[in-house]
Design a binder for this molecule. Structure first.
Ligand SMILES: CC(C)(COP(=O)(O)OP(=O)(O)OC[C@H]1O[C@@H](n2cnc3c(N)ncnc32)[C@H](O)[C@@H]1OP(=O)(O)O)[C@@H](O)C(=O)NCCC(=O)NCCS
Length: 282
């Protein structure tokens, strides 16, 4: 089994053949819909579906609003870009927070192309980004995101249009992207560009009743701060597994601060004590 703790603190596993035992705590997996059986046999439950789309590369008539400019990630201030990325991911993966070194490695990976990773900026302020990776198996649209206060002004479409112009000149015919079934805005954006679904993946979660459950949500409409509610102990035997301590270490090593709130609640029928962490996102 391979495990990977993502920057939002969630632990993802990938099972090898004939795996029967799992570590304690809350575990996640993303697998092709047709490969879910071994996970479900081990108690994983389906909780989200995303579709793989093929998007035809075509010329798109769209421009950024006049108060915005475009900059390549290769020329960007990496610190500001990382903070924008953390902020944009809150809609999809609450609590996501990159370590600077990891973000640098992720950004300048082998599939990076400075022409297809672009940021929309209002002067020094970064407001949106698109990144399309040059993967060995074909071009993949990894992400497009726009800050909430800048949405519905044609920014996402204009960023995709710019990248598609580059790809069209290179003779690239299509890109792939994964889009959550429930992500109405991005499905509308891509379906409007002629995208068609060609496969589906599901996210599964396994909760063994003895784990720390971490709930993270933006604290206000401007996403200036995120809150993480971390379950730290329980009167129930078995709760003091490895995960509560790991969860606390995860937040504390990344600069989250306890805000003093502590309360007793029930989680999946188990009495637990929650504490609350906060972190600024700008
Ligand atoms: C999806 C997202 C990038 C759209 O950004 P945007 O700049 O607001 O989008 P645009 O203004 O360029 O809209 C282009 C088209 O997308 C569709 N669209 C965008 N937002 C929509 C919404 N909230 N509801 C329905 N359709 C929407 C529309 O078809 C729109 O065309 P129209 O304005 O002519 O109707 C933005 O909502 C976002 O950042 N979401 C969170 C991150 C995310 O989910 N990214 C996708 C993962 S790859």
């Amino acid at each position: 089994m391979r495990t990977f703790v993502r920057p939002d603190g969630r632990c993802f596993v990938s099972l090898e053949a004939d795996e029967h035992e799992l570590p304690p705590g809350e575990l996640y997996a993303i697998v092709d819909e047709t490969d879910a059986d071994p996970y479900e046999r081990l108690g994983f439950v389906r909780q989200r579906r995303e579709y793989t789309y093929v998007i035809p590369v075509a010329a798109i008539a769209a421009e950024l609003p006049p108060d915005l400019g475009m900059v390549s990630a290769a020329a960007a201030d990496l610190d500001r870009l990382r903070k924008l990325d953390d902020l944009l991911r809150q809609d999809l993966h609450p609590g996501w927070r990159w370590k600077p070194d990891d973000f640098q490695d992720e950004t300048f990976q082998a599939a990076f192309d400075p022409r297809t990773y672009l940021i929309a900026a209002a002067d020094e302020e970064y407001v949106a980004l698109v990144r399309v990776w040059r993967n060995p198996g074909g071009w993949r649209l990894g992400f497009v995101g726009v800050r909430r206060d800048w949405r519905r002004r044609g920014i996402a479409r204009a960023l995709v249009a710019e990248v598609f112009g580059v790809l069209l000149a290179d003779g690239v015919g299509e890109v792939t992207a994964e889009i959550d079934d429930e992500n109405i805005a991005s499905r509308a954006l891509f379906e409007g560009l002629g995208a068609r679904p060609v496969g589906a993946q599901i996210e599964l979660c396994r909760h063994d009743g003895a784990s720390a459950r971490v709930l993270v949500r933006p604290s206000g409409p401007d996403d200036a701060e995120a809150i993480a509610v971390v379950q730290v102990r329980s009167s129930q035997a078995g709760f003091a597994g490895i995960f509560p301590a790991e969860a606390r270490r995860f937040y504390e090593s990344r600069g989250w601060r306890l805000d003093g709130l502590e309360k007793d609640v029930e989680s999946f029928g188990i009495p637990v004590t929650e504490v609350r962490y906060r972190i600024g996102l700008r």
